[in-house]
Design a protein around this ligand. Structure first.
Ligand code: SF4
Length: 422
């Protein structure tokens, strides 16, 4: 059965721009961005981080351009970068001009702190002449003070108005090669602002929850905001803003897009059972070891780690590959069919080896290479475990019996869910 996806046809139509070689909007794959945390003047350190981000799946990387040395650094970084570079500009329009001179493929301007009309137009004119797009990067935390006053705070309307005013300045020099962001650290505010922006503009939108903080709370906030909007068809490029190694931002971005079916899977999708009374192994420990062993390999398959052979292979039969524990042995299965039984301490190694062979040779070939006695051995383990623990190790049947008894004794359940007390 095909896995459901959020297909491109359901997405809000936007015009397309190009950040270097990366298309953004207009039906292009949703791109993942991150930002370096090195000093941009440190060319080798910054390039090392850009390479780490690119190999984790970043499509575009942003670097700060806050001083002359940073702009000079960009002149060395841009030609050696594996992905397009965007210069992040605050306060100083001359830094935007210097970054353009350095050859960046995009600019991000903050209209909250770069406010002089003449300077904004000068930057837009220069970007236009060089064919470089600009992101109008509105941020609730640094909103233009006049707008703050006019709207009584950083409201969705105020954030969108800030972007509209900047667009109007750009229009005066006939520049429209633009994407827009209206970020906030508040998830509800950010969602409302982007919904309004998507009704107001047809420019590509760059999504993010700004200053989301360290994981796991930062990941949750980023996912709540970005995921909600993506599910509504809004958003053309994304960035998680985490207080963490920026590689984590890229991993989170890629995983979100892959989980939502918005980008082709590049890495393993590890699923694991939550464990229960039947578990024959430390499911959390084995799942973590499998995740660590598999995540650096580019294996675009779903892999399952299941705590027991009684239910594991059946419950995870949709996974391409999996392992289930039973009687100190691991039962390796492909699409629910047992192909090999290995000692417990070799489970993770066997899983990795089989995952690589599966990607290289294909499912049919690996099913054909199954060990002859594996199914019978697995069934024997399964039977013994059922005898030892019973069919219902979680005592679900007992609980159901108790529930029925309680209800039969006179506590009628509500007829429909709407009859439940509020
Ligand atoms: S029944 Fe087995 S596979 Fe399912 S949660 Fe329990 S240990 Fe995991």
């Amino acid at each position: 059965m095909a896995r459901p996806t959020l297909i491109a046809a359901e997405r809000r139509p936007t015009r397309q721009i190009h950040v270097g070689s990366v298309a953004v909007g207009g039906g292009a794959p949703i791109s993942v961005q991150s930002m370096t945390i090195t000093k941009t003047a440190d060319v080798e350190g910054t390039l090392a981080q850009i390479y780490a981000l690119a190999s984790a799946g970043a499509d575009i990387v942003r670097c700060t351009c806050n001083e002359k040395e940073a702009a000079e650094g960009l002149a060395h970084i841009v030609p050696r970068s594996p992905v397009p570079i965007i210069a992040d500009i605050h306060f100083h329009h001359e830094m935007a001009l210097a970054a353009l001179e350095a050859g960046v493929q995009g600019l991000r301007l903050n209209p909250g702190n770069l406010r002089k009309e003449a300077e904004i137009k000068q930057v837009a004119q220069e970007a236009k002449d060089r064919g470089v797009p600009i992101r109008i990067g509105v941020n609730a935390g640094s909103l233009h003070p006049d707008l703050y006053k006019r709207f009584g705070g950083a409201t969705p309307e105020a954030l969108v108005e800030s972007a509209r005013m900047e667009l109007a300045y750009f229009a005066e020099v006939d520049f429209d090669d633009v994407k827009i962001s209206v970020k906030a650290s508040s998830v509800p505010l950010m969602i409302e602002a982007y919904r309004l922006a998507s009704e107001t503009f047809d420019h590509p939108l760059h999504l993010g929850v700004t200053e989301a903080g360290p994981p796991p709370a930062g990941l949750v906030k980023g996912t709540a905001g970005i995921g909600t909007l993506l599910a509504e068809g809004i958003g053309d490029t994304i960035r998680y803003s985490l207080t963490a190694d920026p590689v984590e931002e890229v991993r989170a971005g890629r995983q979100l897009l892959e989980a939502m079916g918005l980008r082709e899977r590049k890495s393993v999708d590890l699923i694991a059972c939550p464990s229960c009374g039947r578990a024959e192994i430390d499911v959390i420990g084995v799942a973590r070891a499998a995740q660590e062993a598999l995540e650096s390999r580019q294996l675009p398959i779903q892999v399952a780690v299941m705590g027991c052979v009684v239910n594991g292979p059946g419950e995870a039969r949709e996974a391409d590959l999996g392992i289930a524990a039973g009687r100190r042995r691991g039962h390796l299965f492909i699409k629910g069919k047992i192909v090999r039984v290995v000692p417990e301490d070799e489970m993770v190694a066997a899983l990795v080896e089989e995952a690589e062979k599966l990607v290289a040779e294909g499912i049919e070939a690996r099913l054909a290479a199954a060990d002859a006695g594996a199914e019978a051995e697995a069934e024997a383990d399964r039977r013994m475990l059922i005898e030892a623990k019973g069919e219902d190790a979680n005592h679900s049947a007992q609980k159901v019996e108790l529930i029925r008894k309680t209800i039969d004794e006179g506590h009628e359940p509500p007829a429909t869910s709407t009859d439940l007390p509020a």
